[in-house]
Write a new protein. Structure first.
Length: 378
């Protein structure tokens, strides 16, 4: 296959190279996957204004997210089990993001640990926190993120209980995992993936095993994870975490105007308008569908970011035009990783940068920081 030209082609290549259960884990949403599909579809419904005879030289995509410089306003989303798309996935993705000058966000549920990622990067990365019931473990995670000099904490709010994805259940990706000969066969038919996986030590949840109480093997890990998400998480807990962390804080998983107003009052540095990539509340609106209302309500009080459904530079431009100061990509970088390892993550970022640059120019803008709602067609 020739070099992928867009994220759709990277996805097709990842499908051929990653065992089905892990490809499906990325390419799935909750229940009917309606919200997952809406995240992408609603971007297509937004149309851009084509402008002509404006100076398109000397363009710049450089911006800031929470005051930190970024070469373009696109960060990598925190994604669990990334090291299962490709061996050492989090380390490879973090290195690609660092070289590109965009933030990498490490998930609590990563395969490579905070320390693994810190050991292969020079610049600070961001850490995503799930507030587990075991608050000693949470405190320990925050201390480890501080020790690794993480420059932002991304606190995920939309996973107090787990949504259900049918594909994962069918593929045995449940707690505890239920692997049948069919699933072993799925791995055996991806020999390169298997070889790399056999060479690495990193095949379990690196931030958890050896750090959480009574978690030593896959079985104890599965039951621990299943019980640990906290259904009683509250705004008071957000204040506690903010205090404990003491650094830049981003609240992830806001999809409602009232929640955005509450979030703005916490003193956090940014919110991410997000529905967890359509993996939690099926039937919720798309992120891009909610963005304008949330920006209108709180955009002058807190920085607003967006994730969900971004598959191209055109999508990034639309989100920025509708008021997001920064965006995140989840699946696009996972497809790159599954298709071609670290080089695939770089390719995903290059594809999006090129599309963003050309689209911005054809809309008559030279600086991403000058892009506003006037690039959107009525
Ligand atoms: C495979 C996968 C795993 C994810 N794991 C996490 C996670 O551990 N923590 C988290 O806050 N969000 C997680 N998310 C949600 C992403 O951070 C992000 O909100 C979403 O992927 C954005 O949508 P997109 O994939 O359409 O870009 C995950 C998403 C995917 C696709």
């Amino acid at each position: 296959m020739s070099k992928p030209l867009d994220i759709r082609e990277l996805k097709a290549l990842a499908k051929r190279r990653v065992p089905k259960m892990f490809f499906d884990y990325a390419d799935s949403g909750a229940w009917t996957e309606g919200t997952y599909r809406a995240n992408e579809a609603d971007f297509h419904d937004i149309k851009l204004r084509q402008r002509v005879l404006v100076d398109m030289t000397n363009r710049s995509l450089a911006s800031t997210m929470i005051g930190q410089p970024v070469s373009m306003p696109v960060a990598l989303s925190p994604t669990g089990l990334t090291g299962m798309q490709h061996a050492d996935g989090e380390m490879l993705a973090a290195q690609a993001a660092e070289a590109f000058g965009v933030p990498f966000t490490l998930s609590t549920m990563s395969i490579c640990s905070i320390e693994d990622v810190a050991s292969v990067t020079k610049k600070p990365f961001w850490f995503q926190l799930y507030v587990m019931r075991d608050r000693d473990f949470v405190k320990n995670l925050i201390d480890r993120a501080k020790a690794a000099k993480c420059s932002a904490l991304v606190l995920t709010l939309d996973l107090q209980i787990l949504g259900q994805r049918h594909k994962d259940l069918r593929n045995g990706l449940s707690a505890p995992p239920k692997f049948t000969p069919k699933h072993i066969w799925q791995m055996a038919t991806r020999p390169l993936w298997c070889m790399r996986m056999l060479k690495t030590q990193r095949r379990s949840f690196g931030n958890i095993v050896g750090h959480a109480k009574n978690v030593s093997d896959l079985s104890s890990l599965s039951s621990w994870t299943a019980e640990q998400f906290d259904p009683q998480l509250s705004w008071e807990n957000v204040a506690e975490i903010k205090e404990m962390w003491g650094g830049p804080l981003i609240l992830k998983g806001i999809l409602d105007v009232e929640d955005a107003q509450m979030a703005a009052r916490t003193g956090a540095d940014a919110i991410i308008v997000s529905n967890h990539g359509g993996r939690q509340l099926d039937g919720a609106r798309s992120s891009i569908g909610m963005l304008p209302r949330i920006v209108d309500a709180v955009g002058d009080k807190i920085e607003v970011h967006l994730d969900g459904g971004i598959r191209s530079g055109q999508d990034v431009l639309k989100a920025i035009a509708l008021g997001a100061k920064g965006t995140y990509i989840g699946r696009p970088f996972l497809y790159g990783l599954g298709a071609m390892g670290g080089q695939g993550v770089t390719l995903a970022l290059e594809i999006i940068r090129k599309e963003l640059d050309i689209t911005m120019a054809l809309c008559g803008k030279r600086d991403i920081r000058d892009v506003s709602r006037d690039v959107i067609s009525d």
